[in-house]
Ligand binder design. Sequence first.
Ligand code: AHR
Length: 497
Amino acid sequence: MILDKDYAIGQIDPRIYGSFIEHLGRAVYGGIYEPDHPTADENGFRTDVIDLVKKLGVPVVRYPGGNFVSGFNWEDSIGPRDQRPKRLDLAWSTTETNEVGLHEFCSWAKKADSQVMYAVNLGTRGADEARQVVEYANHKGGSYWSDLRIKNGAKDPLDIRLWCLGNEMDGPWQIGHKTAYEYGRIANEAAKVMKWVDPTIECVACGSAAHDMPTYGAWEYEMLNECYDNVDYVSLHRYYGNPTNDTPGFLARNMDLDAFIKEVISICDCVRGRKHAKKQLNLSFDEWNVWYHSNQQDQEVWKADKWGRALPLLEDVYNFEDALLCGSMLITFLRNADRVKVACLAQLVNVIAPIMTRNGGGAWAQTIYWPLMHASKYGRGTALRPIVNSPVYDCRDYEKVPYIEATATMDDAGNVTIFAVNRDSEDDIEFSCDLRAFGELKTGEHILLHHDDVKAVNTESDPDNVKPVSGKGGKLDGGMFTVVLPKLSWNVIRLVK
Ligand code: AHR
C-alpha cells in the first residue's frame, strides 16, 4: 500500500457509521425497550443495550422502518400511551402496540448519543402527513402540530435533521408500491413541502431496494428526473448471504457493493447533467449487512404465531466470516467517502443486528459488532486514497479478487489508521505500507479479529468467542511499515504522531 497525506478521497461523514431500528421483531420490544428488565431505566429502556450501542458508536439511527413505515400512521405513536391504537403491521404480520413512539425513540437516541433519521410513509400516505410530522418534530411552537408536541411533553423541537422519503418503493412487497414516475412525483412533492416547513432538513429519495432489482438503474434515473431538485441523497440497500457455503466468493461480495455505489453515482450525475443542476446528489447507503441465516426460522415463527407482538424475526446469528465481509463493506464505504455520506448497518438490536438480547436476560455483541465499532472509533477525519497492490484469486462470481482489501484514514491530529482484511484462507500475508509522506509517525495499536473457524459465533453463554485481540504489530523503518496480516483476519493498525 502506498499512502500520501495529500492524496485524499474526502472528509469522512461520521454518519456512515449509522444503524437502523425498525418496528420489527424484537428490535424495539425486548431489544431497546423492556420495562421489566433488571437494567431498565425510568423510561423502560435497557441500559445494558444502551451501553453496547454507545460503545459501538452509531452517530445516526434510521427509524421507524423499513417496510413497516409504508403502513404506519405516525400520529398513532404520539400522545398518552394508553390511548395509542394497536395496529396490524402488514409488512411483518405482527401487531404493533405503539408503546414506543416518536418521543420515546428520540429520547432513547439521545441517551445512546445518536441522532434520529426519520422515515415518512409514502406507501399509504403522502405529502400532507409528511409535512405535518416535520411541523410536529421541528417547528418551535405556535402552530397546531408543534403545539401538540409541546402538549405531549416536548417543549423543545425534536430537531430531526435527516428524513427518508418512504422505503423501498420499487419493491412489489412494499405497501403502496409505485412505479418510478409515481414515486418520483410523490417524493418531490413531499420533500418540497417538508422543506417549506423546515428548510434546514435533508431528504433521502428511495433508490432501488437492491442492486439486482429488475427495474434497477431505470428506477433511479426516472424517479430522479422528477425529484432531483428537492432531494439531497439517494438511498441504496444491499444484503449478502453465503447459502452455498462458498467462503472465497462470499468474502468478495463487497466488489459488487463497490460497483453498485459507482453505478448509482453515475446515474445521479447523469440526471444532474441533463438538468444542468448545480447541486450534486450524494448517497445514503441506509441498509447494508449480511442477511440469510434466519430465513427458514422466520417461516416457522409466523406459522406458530401470526400477528403476535414482538416475534423473534430476522434473528441472524452472525459468524466470523460475516464479520470479515462487514469489515470489507466498511472499507468500501471509506473508499467512496466523497459520495457516500450516510450508511446504516441494518439493523441494530436483535433484528439482523450486531447486538443481541434475551428477554429478561443478557445483551451481547455479535461478531459483526467489532468492525463497525473499530471503523466508527478510528475511521474519522480524512479518507485517504491508497494505492494497493495485492495478489489476487478467482472464484465463481468474481475474477481477480485481491487477497488484501485495505484502506486508510487520517484524523485531525495526523494519526493514520489502516483497515485491512486478509481474505486468504491458506496463508498469512506480509503487508507493507509506504508512509514516507507523513513525516514522523510511531507504531500504535494493532487490533486483530481472527478465529480458526469461519463459522464461529458469539452467544449469551460464550459472548467472547469471536472478539478482538492485540495483533503482533509491525515495524516502521524510514517511513516504510511492515506487518504480517494473519490468514482470514480483520486488522486495524494505528500509526500515531
Ligand atoms: O431490514 C429489514 C428489511 O429489509 C427492511 O424493512 C426493508 O427495508 C428491507 O427489505
